[in-house]
Design a protein around this ligand. Structure first.
Ligand SMILES: [Zn+2]
Length: 261
C-alpha cells in the first residue's frame, strides 16, 4: 500500500495518548488538529516513533475512506474522526480498554481504535499488513455510514445469532470497507495524493476478514463454534461480504442506495 502520509493535515484523527493512572477526561483535551500528541496538565504525553507512524497511517486511511463514502453518498455523509488511544479511553459509549477492540460509538459518532490492536492483528490473528489495518478502519467507518443512514436502528437490542440483524449489519460494514478497497485500487491515486493499493493488498484484507470471523474467534477462545452467539458472521461470510464490495466498488452491492437511486 502506498500512501503519502501527510502529517497533521485535515484533523480527521486525534490521538489520545492515555495512561491508566491519571483519570483525566481525555476527550476534553482532544482537538481538531490531527495532532500526534495530546498534552494534559501534567505536560505532553510521549509517543513512540512507531506510534507516530501508526497515527499518520490511520490519519491517511481515515481521510481516504471518508472521501470515498462522501463521494458515493454526497450530503448524506458527514465526516467524523478516528480516536486512536493507548490503554484506555472514555467514550459516549462508556469506557474502553485495549481489550475491547476497535469500535464505533453511535453516541458521539466516532471510531475508537487502540494502537495496540494492530499488533494484535499481526501476532494473535496472523493478519499483518497495512491494508489489513485499513480494512478495519474502513469497516468501523462503515458503521458510521450505517448510523447516518439510520440502518443500525433495527439491529439495536436484537438477539445475536447467525442470521441476526447484527450479523447483517457487520457484513454490510465489511462490504463498505470493500467498496473503499475497490476505489483505492485504481491506479494514479498515489500521484493524486491518495492511497493506492498494490496487487496483493486485498489478500491482506481478506486474511484479516477471515481471521476475525466469529467462528474463528470463538474457536480460539473456547475451542468450539457456537453459531447462536454469532454477532459478526463467520470468516467465510466476512470474506464474501468484503469481496462483494471490493469487486463491484458499488454501495448498492452492499444494499445501500446511492444518490438518485
Ligand atoms: Zn463491526
Amino acid at each position: 500500500m502506498r500512501t503519502a502520509v501527510p502529517i497533521g493535515i485535515g484533523g480527521v484523527l486525534i490521538l489520545g495518548l492515555l495512561s491508566w493512572a491519571t483519570g483525566t477526561d481525555f476527550l476534553s483535551l482532544l482537538n481538531d488538529q490531527g495532532a500526534t500528541q495530546v498534552s494534559d496538565s501534567a505536560g505532553p504525553v510521549q509517543s513512540t516513533p512507531q506510534e507516530e507512524r501508526k497515527v499518520d497511517l490511520v490519519d491517511a486511511v481515515a481521510r481516504d475512506v471518508q472521501n470515498t463514502y462522501e463521494q458515493e453518498l454526497g450530503g448524506r455523509y458527514q465526516r467524523t474522526r478516528v480516536v486512536l488511544f493507548r490503554d484506555a479511553i472514555e467514550s459516549a459509549c462508556g469506557s474502553a480498554e485495549s481489550a475491547t477492540g476497535p469500535f464505533y460509538c453511535p453516541g458521539d459518532q466516532k471510531v475508537y481504535l487502540d494502537v495496540g490492536f494492530f499488533d494484535e492483528l499481526t501476532k494473535r490473528f496472523g493478519a499483518p499488513g497495512e491494508f489489513a489495518e485499513a480494512y478495519v478502519i474502513g469497516h468501523e467507518l462503515g458503521h458510521h455510514v450505517q448510523h447516518l443512514l439510520g440502518l443500525d436502528e433495527k439491529a439495536r437490542g436484537a438477539a445475536a445469532g447467525a442470521n441476526s440483524a447484527s450479523v447483517a449489519l457487520e457484513l454490510q460494514a465489511d462490504c463498505l470497507a470493500g467498496v473503499w478497497g475497490h476505489v483505492a485500487s485504481q491506479s494514479g491515486r498515489f500521484k493524486a495524493g491518495g492511497i493506492e493499493l498494490d496487487p496483493g493488498d486485498a489478500d491482506d484484507a481478506l486474511r484479516a476478514a477471515s481471521a476475525i470471523g466469529d467462528d474463528r474467534l470463538q474457536k480460539m477462545a473456547t475451542g468450539r463454534v457456537m453459531p447462536e452467539r454469532f454477532t459478526h458472521g463467520t470468516s467465510a461470510q466476512r470474506v464474501q461480504a468484503f469481496g462483494r464490495g471490493m469487486s463491484s466498488g458499488d454501495l448498492r452491492a452492499c444494499g445501500i442506495g446511492v444518490r438518485g437511486t
